[in-house]
Design a protein around this ligand. Structure first.
Ligand SMILES: [Zn+2]
Length: 222
């Protein structure tokens, strides 16, 4: 019986192993329903479909549609499921942690007069201007404190050498995903100039004057 497969003759037909080259590793077809084009590098859709999507987005119709969709029970149920999932909970925790850091950075910038255009604290209704922040902390100064010895604690620093922003009830006691808790945590009543070393050592400890701070207790305490 004759061998039907061409071998290394001079017919020009490549050897059988080369008839079916392996698919390119990163090849993917456009994700838009029936579009057969290859997707753009690193994208889901092909260039043509992406351009069409962009044109549609520019009409603003998508926004209107999403707004309508966001009011449906189906969407609300899906959001709810997501929020209660591990992934959703992790996302909320990440956002919340970032918010607390953002507030701390913003307040520090206001205190040192370095904040050109504060937004967060005026929005919270606590401090409107950098000067208000400086005045508030001054009002809580101990005799040895001044704006010159404001600074972060470095291990080995002594007591009553530097001060920084202290929370009478620690930040960690508040739920930063709850706007009311955010207000209370970052309220004037809860913020004071604190010895930097003391601050570093008193993390997450209850303050002595906790009974007098009832108005700014975390909402979960009441
Ligand atoms: Zn396409």
């Amino acid at each position: 019986m004759e061998d039907l497969l061409p071998s290394d003759d001079e017919s020009g037909i490549p050897p059988f192993e080369e008839w079916f080259p392996p698919p390119k590793k990163d090849f993917r077809v456009c994700s838009r329903s029936i579009c057969p084009n290859p997707a753009e590098d690193g994208r889901q859709a092909c260039a043509r479909c992406r351009a069409a999507q962009e044109r549609y987005r520019a009409t603003g119709k998508q926004k209107v549609k999403m707004k309508r969709h966001s009011k449906t029970e189906k969407y609300k149920a899906a959001r709810q499921r997501y929020r209660q999932s591990d992934k959703g909970k992790a996302a909320t925790a990440r956002r919340t942690a970032m918010y607390s850091v953002k507030l701390a950075v913003s307040l520090q910038k206001m205190l040192t007069g370095a904040h050109a255009c504060p937004v967060t604290f005026p929005q919270l209704g606590v401090f409107k201007t950098n000067a208000e922040v400086a005045a508030h902390f001054e009002s809580t100064f101990e005799p040895w404190m001044s704006h010159e010895n404001y600074g972060a604690y470095h291990s080995g620093d002594d007591y009553n050498v530097k001060w920084n922003i202290g929370h009478r009830i620690p930040k960690a006691a508040y739920d930063h995903s709850n706007p009311e808790d955010v207000k209370r945590c970052w309220s004037r009543a809860n913020l004071f100039a604190q010895c930097a070393r003391e601050n570093a050592e008193s993390q997450d400890k209850a303050p002595i004057e906790v009974n007098q701070l009832k108005s700014v207790w975390p909402t979960g305490w009441a």
